[in-house]
Design a protein. Structure first.
Lengths: 252, 552
């Protein structure tokens, strides 16, 4: 599912992962200076539009993924209203004798939307970037040592295996324990065989990688060149325009 | 090519695992390293490539040269391009998600120019027949296919020395045959040198030209043509618990009865034919293991009854219309190709997965209505990975655990625990941590803990996986005892040689249902379409058939 999205034939998927990563940091940086409601709202809507049109991610899926963040964002509104640092003057209405002020709602919504912006840009990155292309780009363009990059790839392969194994271990232990153990302890104990297995697997994989001639050095050829292409120029231009219009122009 | 003189290898704080190993392996030879588990075969394999002591900490003394140079002194890239390693576990040989990326990773390591990578990748995948899967995700492939991808990686590197550390032991018989055939094509190349460690001997004997036997301390005790050393060291190999290829095993028995002296035992089917021709047919047939007779139909009520069971993942039907019963005192093997649904059936039987249709009755009660602890009282389930089931810090406590939970009195617990420790030959290690036992001991313990509660059904998933002959025999002795005490024993397996001699009844899953339910003899006598079921004839049955043809 995720892999299929990450490798879709769409504009955002073609953009160099390092640029997407940079754009993510840039947006995060500019958001620091924003305290109103309209800027984060505009950024959020534009991001969602970009992911769904330029990344061909189904809008429904995107909204479902954003839902938990929306709830998280709403908690800011709640906090600002109930425990404000300073209660605003414009009281709109009362909830159980508690005044609800416009200013506090505004601050809350702004903070909540900011969280949603962070979430949406992170999704833009995660949903359109395959881990392999990310690691390859980091090695080739940002000088990440191959030993770390390929090590991360090997570890990434283990994740689904570990999850499957945990299910089996829990069942195996349930059979032994006659299904009568407190849950927390059970989880903790299942970790021991899981970790023992993981360490052994990691050792074997490390041996296999070395036997294939992997020495962790940068002296290696490149089957896939992660070079910057025309798409990246378009993306950069679009992104600069976006930053200028949304963040820089209103400042001047 | 490989020149070893007095090589001794010791891991830190341990006795040497290889002691004064000396051998000269020439270009084009295909050498089998044979010995009991713990004889340092895998250690030698790592040393030939230089990984040990380059990255695996160990003390190496003596002189070891590969291509006239100490492999550990070479750069990783140089060592890898000259000698490549194939490991046994198909799960842990890769670091990239897809086949293409893994092959690219391998070739990039060796600094193959980017323009040549594609060509070499495709050639290697054509060699193994895996080209259609070039963009497949490795974790979606079966064990056999993964091993073929691992072979493809070696083929892409194209080294002169191939070191194979149990390349077949974790595969099902059908994949074993195809992977062995691929390796045979490499072995046929006079420029390639193969060093193979394996205890699944039937397949590799076709192309192995020389055997080196190591003893428990990692010393060379015999070196020569396989047929000859199997003959001259038969007693030693038997004592060390090393599997012989089926023809050699039968040949050994045959020789005991006759006056004929010979220089070598047969190791392949073809050699067996010539060998057996010199003996009277009745004796030849008597020397081959017999399938177990299915006993009288049980008069007792079934402990497990499956009625028209069906299971599905989403829209994909795993099996349907499965009906059978298990009776007390039965030894049944559940066979079928990879992915035929054996594991799913086992999960359904034990109430882990719900049925889509049909019912499973345990001692007359519908399993759907039973609580997990009620199921656990009836079933002993032994998982493939013994560690998964261990809960306690010592072997003894592990065995006591089930009885304690069941609320037995201390006297009974002590008595029964001691009985089990003796029965399962675990007494000498009763204070050890379960995780630190050998593979065979772990497997015996995992069965021992399952029979503490007097469950009436014992289900085992691939119980002999990775065990040597001695441990496999010991395990089946124990299972046979359980059976005689009235338990119904059901095991899932790929190993037809084992089914042939140890099971009394076969259940075969194929084409989404039970394709066979009956005696072992009738299953293998030629009337069943085994191809359809996805299993191979056991080697002994092939030998029996050959014999029939030869004398007819």
């Amino acid at each position: 599912m995720l892999e299929e999205l990450q490798t879709r034939e769409a504009f955002l998927q073609q953009v160099h992962p390092t640029l997407k990563l940079l754009s993510l940091f840039t947006v995060f940086f500019f958001m620091i200076f924003i305290y109103d409601i309209w800027h984060p709202l505009a950024v959020l809507l534009l991001t969602v539009a970009a992911i769904s049109f330029l990344g061909k991610v189904p809008l429904k899926l995107l909204l479902i993924l954003l839902l938990p963040f929306a709830l998280f964002g709403f908690s800011f509104v709640w906090l600002q209203v109930v425990f404000p640092e300073e209660r605003g003057a414009t009281v709109l209405f009362y909830v159980f004798h508690m005044p609800v002020a416009l200013e506090n709602i505004q601050t809350g919504v702004s903070l909540g939307l900011r969280a949603m912006v962070f979430a949406s840009w992170s999704l833009l990155f995660v949903l359109t970037t395959s881990p392999v292309s990310l690691v390859m780009s980091l090695i080739q363009k940002w000088h990440m040592p191959p030993s770390i990059g390929y090590g991360m790839m090997a570890a990434y392969r283990f994740l689904p295996q570990l999850r499957k194994e945990l299910v089996v271990i829990r069942r195996a232990r349930q059979i032994r324990g006659m299904g009568s153990k407190p849950r927390m302890r059970e989880w903790k104990e299942a970790g021991v065989p899981l970790m023992a297995g993981a360490v052994r697997k990691a050792e074997r994989t490390a041996l296999a990688m070395e036997s294939k001639g992997f020495d962790g050095s940068r002296k290696r050829t490149r089957y896939v060149q992660m070079n910057y292409k025309k798409t990246d120029v378009w993306f950069t231009a679009g992104f600069i325009l976006f930053i200028t219009v949304v963040f820089l122009l209103p400042l001047s | 090519m490989i020149h070893a003189d007095n090589v001794t290898i010791a891991y830190p704080f341990a006795e040497p695992s290889v002691e004064s190993f000396s051998a000269e392996i020439r270009t084009g030879e295909n050498v089998l390293l044979l010995g009991p588990s713990g004889s340092g075969k895998s250690t030698l394999a790592l040393a030939f490539q230089g990984i040990l002591p380059r990255s695996v900490e160990a003390e190496v003394s003596g002189r070891l040269n590969v291509f006239g140079e100490n492999p550990a002194a070479k750069s990783i890239t140089e060592a890898a391009s000259q000698a490549a390693l194939l490991f046994q576990d198909p799960e842990t040989q890769f670091c990239m998600p897809t086949v293409r990326e893994e092959l690219a990773f391998t070739l990039e390591n060796l600094r193959v120019p980017a323009d040549d990578i594609e060509v070499r990748m495709i050639e290697a995948l054509q060699f193994t027949g895996m080209l259609p899967w070039i963009d497949a995700r490795i974790d979606t492939l079966s064990g056999g296919m993964k091993q073929k991808i691992a072979v493809s990686c070696l083929a892409a590197v194209n080294p002169e020395v191939w070191i194979l550390d149990e390349p077949l032991s974790q595969l099902d018989p059908v994949s074993r045959e195809t992977v062995a055939a691929l390796l045979g094509r490499i072995a046929a190349d006079p420029d390639k040198t193969l060093v193979v460690i394996e205890h699944q001997l039937n397949e590799v004997m076709e192309w192995v030209s020389r055997g080196i036997i190591l003893n428990r301390n990692g010393q060379v005790t015999a070196d020569g043509s396989p047929g000859r050393i199997f003959y001259s060291h038969a007693a030693l190999l038997e004592a060390e618990g090393v599997w012989l290829p089926a023809p050699a095993e039968a040949g050994k028995k045959l020789l005991r009865k006759t006056e004929i002296t010979t220089a070598a035992l047969p190791v392949t089917l073809r050699e067996w034919e010539t060998f057996a021709a010199a003996h009277p047919i009745t004796e030849v047939l008597a020397s081959l293991p017999q399938p177990k007779q299915g006993g009288e139909p049980s008069q007792k009520p079934p402990v497990l009854e499956v009625k028209r069971a069906a299971s599905a993942y989403g829209k994909h039907t795993v099996f349907e219309n499965v009906s059978f019963s298990l009776y007390p005192g039965e030894m049944t093997a559940l066979v079928g190709a990879n992915g035929a649904g054996k594991s799913t059936l086992a999960r359904v039987l034990t109430g882990w997965e719900p049925l889509k249709k049909g019912t499973v009755y345990v001692n007359g009660q519908d399993i759907a209505g039973l609580k997990p602890y009620e199921i656990a009282k009836t079933f002993g389930i032994v998982f493939q990975q013994p560690e998964h089931q261990f809960l306690m810090p010592t072997v003894e406590e592990e065995i006591r655990y089930g009885m304690e939970i069941a609320g037995w009195c201390e006297e009974d617990i002590v008595q029964h625990t001691n009985e089990l420790l003796i029965q399962f030959q675990l007494g000498h290690i009763r204070k050890n941590h379960p995780f630190r036992l050998s593979q065979g001991e772990k497997r015996r313990l995992s069965v021992a803990v399952m029979v503490t509660n007097n469950q009436s059904i014992l289900i085992l998933d691939e119980p002999t996986f990775g065990l040597d002959k001695r441990n496999a025999d010991a395990l089946f002795e124990v299972l046979e005892q359980c059976r005689r005490r009235g338990k119904a024993v059901l095991w899932l397996t790929h190993d037809m040689d084992l089914v042939y001699t140890k099971a009394a009844r076969i259940l075969a899953l194929a084409e989404r249902t039970i394709a066979y339910d009956g005696s072992v003899e009738a299953f293998f006598n030629g009337s069943m379409d085994l191809e359809k079921i996805g299993v191979r004839l056991p080697a002994v049955q092939l030998m029996r058939l050959k014999e029939g043809d030869g004398h007819a």
